[in-house]
Design a protein around this ligand. Structure first.
Ligand code: NDP
Length: 341
Protein backbone atom coordinates (compact mmCIF):
# COMPACT_ATOMS: atom_id res chain seq x y z
CA UNK A 1 0.00 0.00 0.00
CA UNK A 2 1.13 3.55 -0.77
CA UNK A 3 2.36 5.57 2.21
CA UNK A 4 2.70 9.28 2.82
CA UNK A 5 5.11 11.06 5.17
CA UNK A 6 3.47 14.18 6.56
CA UNK A 7 5.80 16.43 8.59
CA UNK A 8 4.74 18.09 11.86
CA UNK A 9 4.63 21.74 12.81
CA UNK A 10 5.21 22.85 16.41
CA UNK A 11 2.40 24.59 18.24
CA UNK A 12 3.09 27.33 20.82
CA UNK A 13 2.45 24.83 23.64
CA UNK A 14 5.22 22.51 22.41
CA UNK A 15 2.86 19.96 20.85
CA UNK A 16 3.16 18.67 17.29
CA UNK A 17 0.47 19.03 14.64
CA UNK A 18 0.72 17.31 11.24
CA UNK A 19 1.11 19.92 8.49
CA UNK A 20 -1.76 18.39 6.49
CA UNK A 21 -5.01 16.92 7.74
CA UNK A 22 -8.20 15.35 6.44
CA UNK A 23 -11.18 17.77 6.26
CA UNK A 24 -14.67 16.40 6.96
CA UNK A 25 -17.22 19.11 6.12
CA UNK A 26 -19.72 17.41 3.81
CA UNK A 27 -21.33 20.71 2.87
CA UNK A 28 -24.87 21.83 2.20
CA UNK A 29 -26.77 21.68 -1.08
CA UNK A 30 -28.07 24.67 -3.02
CA UNK A 31 -31.07 24.83 -0.63
CA UNK A 32 -28.65 24.89 2.31
CA UNK A 33 -29.78 21.42 3.37
CA UNK A 34 -27.03 19.41 5.04
CA UNK A 35 -25.47 16.92 2.61
CA UNK A 36 -25.40 13.38 3.99
CA UNK A 37 -25.21 11.16 0.91
CA UNK A 38 -21.42 11.07 0.79
CA UNK A 39 -20.83 10.26 4.45
CA UNK A 40 -20.17 6.54 3.75
CA UNK A 41 -17.53 7.53 1.16
CA UNK A 42 -15.99 9.88 3.70
CA UNK A 43 -15.76 7.03 6.23
CA UNK A 44 -13.98 4.86 3.65
CA UNK A 45 -11.64 7.68 2.68
CA UNK A 46 -10.79 8.54 6.29
CA UNK A 47 -10.04 4.90 6.97
CA UNK A 48 -7.79 4.79 3.89
CA UNK A 49 -6.18 8.12 4.88
CA UNK A 50 -5.15 6.71 8.26
CA UNK A 51 -3.92 3.51 6.59
CA UNK A 52 -1.58 5.45 4.32
CA UNK A 53 -0.26 7.81 6.98
CA UNK A 54 -2.62 10.73 7.65
CA UNK A 55 -2.68 11.47 11.37
CA UNK A 56 -4.66 14.72 11.52
CA UNK A 57 -8.45 14.91 11.22
CA UNK A 58 -10.46 18.13 11.20
CA UNK A 59 -14.10 18.04 12.22
CA UNK A 60 -16.72 20.08 14.12
CA UNK A 61 -19.97 19.69 16.02
CA UNK A 62 -21.64 21.46 13.08
CA UNK A 63 -20.53 18.79 10.60
CA UNK A 64 -22.71 16.07 12.24
CA UNK A 65 -20.13 13.41 11.46
CA UNK A 66 -18.38 13.09 14.83
CA UNK A 67 -19.95 9.64 15.47
CA UNK A 68 -18.66 8.31 12.13
CA UNK A 69 -15.23 9.85 12.62
CA UNK A 70 -14.91 8.47 16.13
CA UNK A 71 -15.91 5.02 14.88
CA UNK A 72 -13.24 5.04 12.14
CA UNK A 73 -10.56 6.31 14.55
CA UNK A 74 -11.37 3.72 17.19
CA UNK A 75 -11.40 0.98 14.57
CA UNK A 76 -7.95 1.99 13.30
CA UNK A 77 -6.59 2.04 16.86
CA UNK A 78 -8.10 -1.40 17.50
CA UNK A 79 -6.57 -2.74 14.28
CA UNK A 80 -3.16 -1.47 15.45
CA UNK A 81 -2.73 0.89 12.47
CA UNK A 82 -1.96 3.72 14.88
CA UNK A 83 -2.25 4.60 18.53
CA UNK A 84 -4.44 7.34 19.96
CA UNK A 85 -1.27 9.34 20.73
CA UNK A 86 -0.27 9.27 17.03
CA UNK A 87 -3.44 11.08 16.02
CA UNK A 88 -4.32 14.77 16.04
CA UNK A 89 -8.10 15.20 16.23
CA UNK A 90 -9.60 18.68 16.05
CA UNK A 91 -13.23 19.50 16.70
CA UNK A 92 -15.04 22.81 17.09
CA UNK A 93 -17.59 24.45 19.35
CA UNK A 94 -20.63 25.84 17.57
CA UNK A 95 -21.93 29.41 18.00
CA UNK A 96 -24.80 28.36 20.27
CA UNK A 97 -22.38 27.12 22.96
CA UNK A 98 -20.47 30.31 23.75
CA UNK A 99 -21.19 30.60 27.47
CA UNK A 100 -18.03 29.32 29.22
CA UNK A 101 -19.88 26.40 30.87
CA UNK A 102 -21.49 25.53 27.53
CA UNK A 103 -18.03 25.25 25.96
CA UNK A 104 -17.14 22.52 28.45
CA UNK A 105 -20.49 20.80 27.80
CA UNK A 106 -19.93 21.00 24.04
CA UNK A 107 -16.49 19.45 24.31
CA UNK A 108 -17.79 16.64 26.53
CA UNK A 109 -20.61 15.97 24.06
CA UNK A 110 -18.15 15.83 21.13
CA UNK A 111 -16.01 13.36 23.08
CA UNK A 112 -19.06 11.23 23.83
CA UNK A 113 -20.11 11.22 20.16
CA UNK A 114 -16.58 10.29 19.05
CA UNK A 115 -16.05 7.89 21.96
CA UNK A 116 -12.72 9.53 22.81
CA UNK A 117 -11.23 10.66 26.15
CA UNK A 118 -9.76 13.87 24.77
CA UNK A 119 -9.39 15.83 21.56
CA UNK A 120 -6.03 17.15 20.47
CA UNK A 121 -7.52 20.50 19.72
CA UNK A 122 -10.78 22.32 20.40
CA UNK A 123 -11.55 25.42 18.30
CA UNK A 124 -14.02 28.26 18.68
CA UNK A 125 -15.68 27.82 15.27
CA UNK A 126 -16.65 31.51 14.84
CA UNK A 127 -16.25 34.66 16.96
CA UNK A 128 -20.03 35.35 16.88
CA UNK A 129 -22.41 33.86 19.47
CA UNK A 130 -25.78 33.00 17.97
CA UNK A 131 -28.44 30.89 19.71
CA UNK A 132 -29.95 27.84 18.05
CA UNK A 133 -33.01 30.03 17.39
CA UNK A 134 -30.88 32.56 15.51
CA UNK A 135 -30.72 35.20 18.26
CA UNK A 136 -27.59 37.36 18.59
CA UNK A 137 -26.45 36.47 22.12
CA UNK A 138 -23.62 39.02 22.02
CA UNK A 139 -21.39 36.91 24.27
CA UNK A 140 -17.87 38.29 24.18
CA UNK A 141 -15.42 35.78 22.67
CA UNK A 142 -13.01 36.72 25.47
CA UNK A 143 -15.57 35.33 27.93
CA UNK A 144 -16.10 32.25 25.73
CA UNK A 145 -12.32 31.72 25.81
CA UNK A 146 -12.53 31.20 29.60
CA UNK A 147 -14.50 28.07 28.77
CA UNK A 148 -11.75 26.94 26.41
CA UNK A 149 -9.15 27.48 29.14
CA UNK A 150 -11.34 25.35 31.46
CA UNK A 151 -11.46 22.58 28.85
CA UNK A 152 -7.66 22.66 28.72
CA UNK A 153 -7.35 22.58 32.53
CA UNK A 154 -9.68 19.59 32.67
CA UNK A 155 -7.58 17.75 30.08
CA UNK A 156 -10.52 17.39 27.68
CA UNK A 157 -8.44 19.02 24.93
CA UNK A 158 -4.65 19.13 24.63
CA UNK A 159 -4.63 22.42 22.71
CA UNK A 160 -7.17 25.20 22.18
CA UNK A 161 -7.53 27.57 19.27
CA UNK A 162 -9.86 29.77 17.26
CA UNK A 163 -11.29 29.92 13.77
CA UNK A 164 -12.39 32.80 11.54
CA UNK A 165 -10.73 35.40 13.81
CA UNK A 166 -9.43 38.73 12.46
CA UNK A 167 -6.16 40.40 13.51
CA UNK A 168 -8.05 42.83 15.77
CA UNK A 169 -10.02 40.03 17.43
CA UNK A 170 -6.81 38.06 18.00
CA UNK A 171 -5.07 41.10 19.49
CA UNK A 172 -7.93 41.58 21.94
CA UNK A 173 -7.97 37.91 22.83
CA UNK A 174 -4.19 37.79 23.30
CA UNK A 175 -4.35 40.80 25.62
CA UNK A 176 -7.01 39.14 27.75
CA UNK A 177 -6.16 35.44 28.04
CA UNK A 178 -4.11 33.09 30.21
CA UNK A 179 -3.47 30.66 27.35
CA UNK A 180 -2.98 32.04 23.84
CA UNK A 181 -4.71 30.21 20.98
CA UNK A 182 -2.47 27.60 19.37
CA UNK A 183 -4.00 28.06 15.93
CA UNK A 184 -6.33 30.25 13.88
CA UNK A 185 -8.21 28.25 11.23
CA UNK A 186 -9.27 30.54 8.38
CA UNK A 187 -9.96 30.42 4.67
CA UNK A 188 -6.76 30.64 2.65
CA UNK A 189 -6.28 29.62 -0.96
CA UNK A 190 -4.74 31.07 -4.11
CA UNK A 191 -7.29 33.86 -4.53
CA UNK A 192 -7.39 34.69 -0.80
CA UNK A 193 -3.82 34.91 0.50
CA UNK A 194 -4.62 36.75 3.79
CA UNK A 195 -1.02 38.04 4.05
CA UNK A 196 -1.61 40.48 6.90
CA UNK A 197 -3.46 37.89 9.00
CA UNK A 198 -0.86 35.19 8.30
CA UNK A 199 2.04 37.54 9.12
CA UNK A 200 0.37 38.58 12.37
CA UNK A 201 -0.37 35.00 13.45
CA UNK A 202 3.14 33.86 12.60
CA UNK A 203 4.66 36.80 14.53
CA UNK A 204 2.62 35.64 17.56
CA UNK A 205 3.46 31.94 17.11
CA UNK A 206 -0.14 31.11 16.27
CA UNK A 207 -0.17 28.39 13.60
CA UNK A 208 -2.39 29.23 10.63
CA UNK A 209 -4.58 26.42 9.32
CA UNK A 210 -6.13 26.95 5.88
CA UNK A 211 -9.66 25.76 5.25
CA UNK A 212 -11.07 25.55 1.71
CA UNK A 213 -7.48 25.44 0.41
CA UNK A 214 -8.72 24.94 -3.17
CA UNK A 215 -11.14 27.87 -3.06
CA UNK A 216 -13.21 27.87 -6.25
CA UNK A 217 -10.52 26.12 -8.28
CA UNK A 218 -12.29 22.76 -8.24
CA UNK A 219 -15.40 22.12 -10.42
CA UNK A 220 -17.69 21.48 -7.43
CA UNK A 221 -16.98 25.00 -6.15
CA UNK A 222 -16.87 26.92 -9.43
CA UNK A 223 -19.38 29.75 -9.81
CA UNK A 224 -20.11 31.60 -13.08
CA UNK A 225 -17.67 34.43 -12.29
CA UNK A 226 -15.21 32.51 -10.16
CA UNK A 227 -11.70 33.88 -10.48
CA UNK A 228 -8.60 32.17 -11.86
CA UNK A 229 -6.87 29.87 -11.32
CA UNK A 230 -9.10 26.94 -12.26
CA UNK A 231 -7.64 23.46 -12.60
CA UNK A 232 -6.82 24.12 -16.28
CA UNK A 233 -5.13 27.49 -15.73
CA UNK A 234 -2.11 27.58 -18.10
CA UNK A 235 0.29 29.06 -15.49
CA UNK A 236 -0.67 26.46 -12.91
CA UNK A 237 -0.62 23.62 -15.43
CA UNK A 238 2.90 24.64 -16.56
CA UNK A 239 4.20 24.73 -12.97
CA UNK A 240 2.57 21.39 -12.21
CA UNK A 241 4.08 19.83 -15.34
CA UNK A 242 7.54 21.13 -14.47
CA UNK A 243 7.42 19.28 -11.13
CA UNK A 244 5.54 16.21 -12.33
CA UNK A 245 2.64 17.08 -10.00
CA UNK A 246 -1.01 18.13 -10.30
CA UNK A 247 -2.40 21.67 -9.99
CA UNK A 248 -4.02 20.79 -6.66
CA UNK A 249 -0.71 19.45 -5.34
CA UNK A 250 1.05 22.66 -6.41
CA UNK A 251 -1.65 24.60 -4.55
CA UNK A 252 -1.21 22.68 -1.30
CA UNK A 253 2.59 22.83 -1.61
CA UNK A 254 2.46 26.61 -2.11
CA UNK A 255 0.48 26.98 1.14
CA UNK A 256 2.89 24.64 2.94
CA UNK A 257 5.85 26.75 1.79
CA UNK A 258 4.07 29.77 3.34
CA UNK A 259 4.16 27.90 6.66
CA UNK A 260 0.42 27.15 6.54
CA UNK A 261 -1.23 23.85 7.55
CA UNK A 262 -3.94 22.63 5.15
CA UNK A 263 -6.95 20.34 5.70
CA UNK A 264 -8.24 19.46 2.20
CA UNK A 265 -11.50 17.49 2.05
CA UNK A 266 -12.05 14.70 -0.43
CA UNK A 267 -14.31 11.68 -0.65
CA UNK A 268 -12.29 10.33 -3.59
CA UNK A 269 -9.67 7.76 -2.56
CA UNK A 270 -7.11 8.63 -5.25
CA UNK A 271 -7.23 12.25 -4.11
CA UNK A 272 -6.58 11.28 -0.50
CA UNK A 273 -3.19 10.02 -1.65
CA UNK A 274 -2.68 12.83 -4.16
CA UNK A 275 -3.34 15.60 -1.63
CA UNK A 276 -0.77 14.33 0.85
CA UNK A 277 1.93 13.64 -1.77
CA UNK A 278 3.33 17.17 -1.65
CA UNK A 279 6.33 16.81 0.64
CA UNK A 280 8.78 15.54 -1.98
CA UNK A 281 9.21 18.63 -4.20
CA UNK A 282 9.86 22.35 -3.83
CA UNK A 283 8.39 25.27 -5.73
CA UNK A 284 11.12 27.70 -6.80
CA UNK A 285 11.12 31.48 -6.53
CA UNK A 286 9.63 31.97 -10.02
CA UNK A 287 6.80 29.49 -9.31
CA UNK A 288 6.02 31.22 -6.02
CA UNK A 289 6.01 34.68 -7.63
CA UNK A 290 3.69 33.51 -10.44
CA UNK A 291 1.26 31.83 -8.03
CA UNK A 292 1.23 34.85 -5.67
CA UNK A 293 -0.28 36.94 -8.50
CA UNK A 294 -3.59 35.06 -8.19
CA UNK A 295 -4.22 36.61 -4.76
CA UNK A 296 -6.99 39.14 -5.38
CA UNK A 297 -8.57 38.91 -1.93
CA UNK A 298 -11.55 36.88 -3.19
CA UNK A 299 -13.40 34.74 -0.63
CA UNK A 300 -15.11 31.41 -1.24
CA UNK A 301 -16.86 31.11 2.13
CA UNK A 302 -18.98 34.18 2.81
CA UNK A 303 -21.90 33.48 5.18
CA UNK A 304 -23.78 36.70 4.48
CA UNK A 305 -26.73 35.58 6.61
CA UNK A 306 -24.57 36.28 9.68
CA UNK A 307 -23.16 39.57 8.56
CA UNK A 308 -25.25 41.74 10.90
CA UNK A 309 -24.33 39.70 13.96
CA UNK A 310 -21.91 41.03 16.60
CA UNK A 311 -18.28 40.11 15.85
CA UNK A 312 -18.91 38.95 12.26
CA UNK A 313 -15.31 38.78 10.99
CA UNK A 314 -15.58 39.57 7.26
CA UNK A 315 -16.41 42.70 5.32
CA UNK A 316 -20.12 43.12 4.72
CA UNK A 317 -21.71 43.10 1.28
CA UNK A 318 -24.76 45.22 0.43
CA UNK A 319 -27.92 43.07 0.50
CA UNK A 320 -31.26 43.86 -1.08
CA UNK A 321 -33.12 42.14 1.74
CA UNK A 322 -32.20 40.50 5.01
CA UNK A 323 -31.24 36.87 4.63
CA UNK A 324 -32.57 34.30 7.08
CA UNK A 325 -30.05 31.94 8.66
CA UNK A 326 -30.53 28.56 6.92
CA UNK A 327 -32.05 25.99 9.32
CA UNK A 328 -29.03 23.69 8.81
CA UNK A 329 -26.99 26.23 10.83
CA UNK A 330 -29.53 26.50 13.65
CA UNK A 331 -31.14 23.84 15.83
CA UNK A 332 -30.40 20.32 14.66
CA UNK A 333 -31.04 18.20 17.73
CA UNK A 334 -32.87 15.11 16.60
CA UNK A 335 -33.28 16.63 13.19
CA UNK A 336 -33.06 14.51 10.11
CA UNK A 337 -29.30 15.04 10.00
CA UNK A 338 -28.28 11.70 11.41
CA UNK A 339 -30.36 12.22 14.50
CA UNK A 340 -27.36 13.43 16.46
CA UNK A 341 -27.58 16.03 19.18
P1 NDP B 1 -11.57 22.11 -0.08
O1 NDP B 1 -10.78 23.27 -0.56
O2 NDP B 1 -10.88 21.06 0.71
O3 NDP B 1 -12.29 21.51 -1.35
C1 NDP B 1 -13.08 20.35 -1.33
C2 NDP B 1 -13.49 20.05 -2.78
O4 NDP B 1 -12.33 19.81 -3.56
C3 NDP B 1 -14.35 18.82 -2.91
O5 NDP B 1 -15.32 19.10 -3.90
C4 NDP B 1 -13.38 17.76 -3.39
O6 NDP B 1 -14.04 16.80 -4.21
C5 NDP B 1 -12.42 18.57 -4.22
N1 NDP B 1 -11.05 18.01 -4.23
C6 NDP B 1 -10.32 17.60 -3.17
N2 NDP B 1 -9.11 17.18 -3.56
C7 NDP B 1 -9.06 17.31 -4.91
C8 NDP B 1 -8.08 17.02 -5.90
N3 NDP B 1 -6.90 16.52 -5.55
N4 NDP B 1 -8.38 17.28 -7.19
C9 NDP B 1 -9.58 17.80 -7.54
N5 NDP B 1 -10.55 18.09 -6.66
C10 NDP B 1 -10.30 17.85 -5.35
O7 NDP B 1 -12.81 22.73 0.73
P2 NDP B 1 -13.51 22.59 2.16
O8 NDP B 1 -14.41 23.76 2.23
O9 NDP B 1 -14.09 21.25 2.38
O10 NDP B 1 -12.35 22.83 3.22
C11 NDP B 1 -11.57 21.80 3.75
C12 NDP B 1 -11.92 21.53 5.22
O11 NDP B 1 -11.76 22.71 6.00
C13 NDP B 1 -13.39 21.15 5.48
O12 NDP B 1 -13.70 19.85 5.07
C14 NDP B 1 -13.49 21.41 6.96
O13 NDP B 1 -12.88 20.35 7.70
C15 NDP B 1 -12.69 22.71 7.10
N6 NDP B 1 -13.52 23.94 7.02
C16 NDP B 1 -13.55 24.78 8.12
C17 NDP B 1 -14.29 25.94 8.11
C18 NDP B 1 -14.31 26.81 9.32
O14 NDP B 1 -15.15 27.71 9.40
N7 NDP B 1 -13.42 26.61 10.26
C19 NDP B 1 -15.08 26.35 6.92
C20 NDP B 1 -14.94 25.44 5.78
C21 NDP B 1 -14.19 24.30 5.86
P3 NDP B 1 -14.35 15.27 -3.74
O15 NDP B 1 -14.64 15.29 -2.27
O16 NDP B 1 -15.53 14.93 -4.58
O17 NDP B 1 -13.14 14.49 -4.09
Amino acid sequence: MAKVEIPNVKLNNGRDMPALGYGTWMGVNSQFVFETTEIPKMEDCLSYAIDIGYRHVDTAHLYRVEPEIGAVINKKIKEGVCSREDLFVTTKVWQDHHRPEAVVESCRASLRRMNLDYVDQLLMHWPMSISDEGVDEKIDYVETWRGFEKVLEKGLAKSIGVSNFTVDQLKRLLANCKTPPATNQVEINLTLGQKELVDFCQSQKIVVVAYSPFGRMVPSRETPNSPEPKLNNPTMVAIAKKHGKTVTQVTLRYLYQRGIVTIPKTVTKSRVLENASIFDFTLDKEDVAAIAKFDIGSRTVRPIFWQDFTNYPFDKVPLEKNMEIPPAFLKWKNGKNLNID
